[in-house]
Design a binder for this molecule. Sequence first.
Ligand SMILES: Cc1cc2nc3c(=O)[nH]c(=O)nc-3n(C[C@H](O)[C@H](O)[C@H](O)COP(=O)(O)OP(=O)(O)OC[C@H]3O[C@@H](n4cnc5c(N)ncnc54)[C@H](O)[C@@H]3O)c2cc1C
Ligand code: SF4
Length: 551
Amino acid sequence: MNNAADIPAREAMEFDVVIVGAGPAGLAAAIRLKQLAPDKSVVVVEKGSEVGAHILSGAVIDPVGLDGLVPEWRGENAPVRTAVSADRFYVLGSSGALRLPNAMLPPLMSNHGNFIVSLGDVCRYLAQKAEAHGVEIYPGFAAAEALFENGTLAGVATGDLGIGKDGHHKASFTRGMELRAKYTLLAEGARGSLSKVLIERFGLAQDRQPQKFGIGLKELWQVTPENFRSGLVQHTMGWPLGNRTGGGSFLYHFGDNLVVVGFVVHLNYQNPFLSPFEEFQRFKTHPLVRDTFSGGKRICYGARALTEGGWQSVPKLAFPGGVLIGCAAGFMNVPRIKGSHNAMLSGMLAAEHVAAALAAGRANDELTGYEQAWRGSPIGRDLWRVRNAKPLWSKLGTVAGVALGGFDMWTNTLGFSLLGTLAHGKPDSATLKPAAQCRPIVYQKPDGKLTFDRLSSVYLSNTNHEEDQPVHLIVRDPSLQKSSEHDVYAGPSARYCPAGVYEWVEEGGNPRYVINAQNCVHCKTCDIKDPNRNITWVPPEGGGGPNYPNM
Ligand SMILES: Cc1cc2nc3c(=O)[nH]c(=O)nc-3n(C[C@H](O)[C@H](O)[C@H](O)COP(=O)(O)OP(=O)(O)OC[C@H]3O[C@@H](n4cnc5c(N)ncnc54)[C@H](O)[C@@H]3O)c2cc1C
Ligand code: SF4
């Protein structure tokens, strides 16, 4: 057993480009780099046990990214097989549903020409393409630390392995590796842990609106053939959420009798008694959807945060030695409920600027061209037209906000807006009201057939962490958790966490905060929503976390 004092130095490897995260953004960047500069060395690190293990999305994808990157996909056996055949949008009441005619919706919301996929499977396909181009992919390795040299990002270090819960070095202790690079691309997705550090360090979010987030929960069902409508895409808003809470559902039929059902709750909700997980379970009992699942089997569950700030909240993307791409930068289009196309397009755009810089013999400088290019690119055009939808929803509630947001998207489609660019207001950590000002919400017990509890759900995410390791959910000030999170806000972490990680356990009249870190599905909601910003998510040992087969 070693002490921290005898810690050996890390070994270092040099690359032209290091990419953190094998999602659509990171893989698209890696492929484009090799297409443009085959002789440059490119490595991708991925914290999931394999590519796709931590990917959770809807997903209806706009194929514009794939078409630009690997146009041959249409002639191959790519996992993009179910074309959208019907597209429905409903406003729900507690028992009724009002279908909005497609002609009323802004054309940008149409799903004609899009495909229903498992984004995890698409990433596995892209990883094969990347490896065929000579990209090195290291799954099971979390980038835990940013490396700096003379104020410039010089690469990342993977986390040490084999550290016990109490900090001691076990017999299996292995030092992390330094992956040094001329340019480092952060492709960690929504609320990336290193991206957050870099945004702070380089002041990238100065003069921007705060980033906004939602939490998306998802189940995958195998349904009976009579309940299956291949290619059907259905979205709802309204019930079970009240008018002041933003969010909605998605339900997609694809593949071999598979139905994806999911629910998004905007993380600027105010009532600390609200549980996104329970709202999702409640949603499935609505008469519009419940029969879809009768006789079916739930086969997977998971959750992940998504970015919602859009145009106003995208931070400065370039800093000395690196850039942000994909949802680490916040390129999600909320009304379209799509971000994977922009993730890929931003990876490709960044790669073009990196390749040009390398060709010019540059290294570790700031890729200002990428920063200057995105707003005028298809990504910028995609986000510009919808920029007021989220702020209007937050300010005016679902009924008036979505109606006015729809009107604004129409005018933007015609080339103008009467509203300019609206602000988002407070960050999501600041929107909870004290519990004393809110109504407790009573949720029904699950029936085990259509509705479920958290723990049986987490089981279906195949989440696995080495148990004897330091807790990767860092509570900066434990006393604040008691005096504020518990005493003022009635312990919202026990409700917003979709995996039952946080619990307040009463012991002799004293509440004790319990963190079941091994259940964490890496959604990042606690890092976003804690009312005191007292919780920081850091990567656990690489390979830990969910093992989504096809989410
Ligand atoms: C519920 C839900 C539904 C959605 N529906 C749709 C949809 O229908 N259509 C659509 O187009 N988009 C949809 N999106 C958005 C879409 O999933 C994202 O825009 C897209 O996945 C972003 O890609 P990315 O590569 O930036 O990040 P991600 O897909 O999040 O990938 C990031 C990768 O980086 C890895 N990683 C993170 N940090 C580290 C680290 N420090 N070290 C190593 N690896 C790391 C992660 O494990 C992950 O594999 C949805 C999102 C959610 C949550
Ligand atoms: S602990 Fe945090 S990141 Fe992990 S599942 Fe719960 S809310 Fe998500």
